[in-house]
Each structure stands twice: as structure tokens, then as C-alpha cells.
Design a protein around this ligand. Structure first.
Ligand SMILES: [Zn+2]
Length: 186
């Protein structure tokens, strides 16, 4: 059975057995919090459990590395929506140790692309269009510094209200232990 079929078969049962009843809530975060974190597989269940979030408590935005690559990209837009449309009153950035984005090697990624059929010509076209793929695919060296930087980008963003506390944390993906990088109340 393909993965998609497995998902659809499970889903039919899930809905039929009304298992959704355990998760019913609305779109407004009860804890008035929006969380930016990493897409890491180890955090899927660990992050909410370790921070005591259940369905309905928080808005969650995830990407590779919990990084804000662009001050007017989709991450900041999501924060803006969470704050002004959905009632979030605090922002939490949660990076993690052993992040895939901390060992990124743009050359390796580009070489994998080539092996999968992305042509030199395509890469050259992008380069000539002013797109710096190496910079785009670059990760980070230090997770605490990256979290602190993201917090600073949010705090200083012209569209984020100044009275919103922005916190920065780093989580251990093995134990769930949190370290505070930025306490947004200070
Ligand atoms: Zn990560």
C-alpha cells in the first residue's frame, strides 16, 4: 500500500470513529501565543509535550531551522496574522540543538540537485537572474545566536507592535530540556 493510501485508509477510520472529538477547539490560541520552531521530526510530539501545549493552545509556524530568512517573507507574515487577526499576545522562537540547518553545505545540496536532474543550465540561469543559491541554502553555525537574531528581527520589525514580548529558547531534541536565550519580559 502506498503511503498516501495508508493515510487515507487511516483517515476514513479516524473520521468514522469520531476521534476528532478529542481535538475540537477553535482557531484562536487559548494561551495567546504564537510559536516559531523547526520542522525537525523529533519535535513533532516532543515540543508540545515539553512545553505543555495541547490542541487549541498556540499557533505554530515551522520551517527548516526556525529561521527568518526574509523580514517580509511568509514567516513574518504568519506572525503578523497571528498577532493582529488571531489574538496572539506573545511570540516564542524555539530553535534546537543538532538542527539539520546547522550542518548545511550548499555545495552538497546543489550536487544532490544535479544528481536528481537539475541541470547546470538551470543553475546558471538562476545565477544570472541574481539568485545566490549558496546564500539561500546556507544554514547556521550557532543555534543560540540564530535564535537571538530571529528574536531581534521580530522585535525590531516595523509591523510588530512594541508591546509584544518576544522570547527565544533552545530545546534539546533528545530530552526536551529548554534553555532560555532571550527572556522577552526583560
Ligand atoms: Zn532543526
Amino acid at each position: 500500500m502506498s503511503l498516501l493510501n495508508e493515510i487515507l485508509t487511516h483517515n476514513e477510520q479516524f473520521v468514522e470513529n469520531q476521534e476528532y472529538r478529542n481535538f475540537q477547539t477553535d482557531k484562536f490560541p487559548d494561551k495567546k501565543l504564537v510559536v516559531l520552531s523547526c520542522m525537525d521530526t523529533r519535535l513533532v510530539e516532543l515540543l508540545p509535550k515539553a512545553l505543555n501545549f495541547k490542541n487549541g493552545d498556540v499557533k505554530v509556524i515551522k520551517n527548516a531551522g526556525a529561521v527568518i530568512a526574509h523580514p517580509f517573507g511568509s514567516i513574518v507574515r504568519s506572525l503578523v496574522v497571528a498577532v493582529y487577526e488571531l489574538g496572539a499576545e506573545e511570540i516564542l522562537v524555539v530553535g534546537h540543538h543538532d538542527c539539520g540547518m546547522s550542518g548545511m553545505d550548499p555545495d552538497r545540496t546543489i550536487s544532490s540537485m544535479k544528481q536528481r536532474g537539475i541541470t547546470e543550465e538551470t543553475l546558471s540561469t538562476l545565477e544570472h537572474a541574481g539568485i545566490d543559491l549558496h546564500k539561500w541554502l546556507e544554514g547556521f553555525k550557532n543555534v543560540s545566536e540564530t535564535v537571538a537574531h530571529s528574536v531581534s528581527v521580530i522585535q525590531n520589525h516595523p509591523l510588530i507592535a512594541k508591546d509584544i514580548p518576544v522570547h527565544g529558547l533552545v530545546i534539546d531534541p533528545a530530552t526536551g530540556k529548554l534553555d532560555v536565550v532571550v527572556d522577552g519580559y526583560k
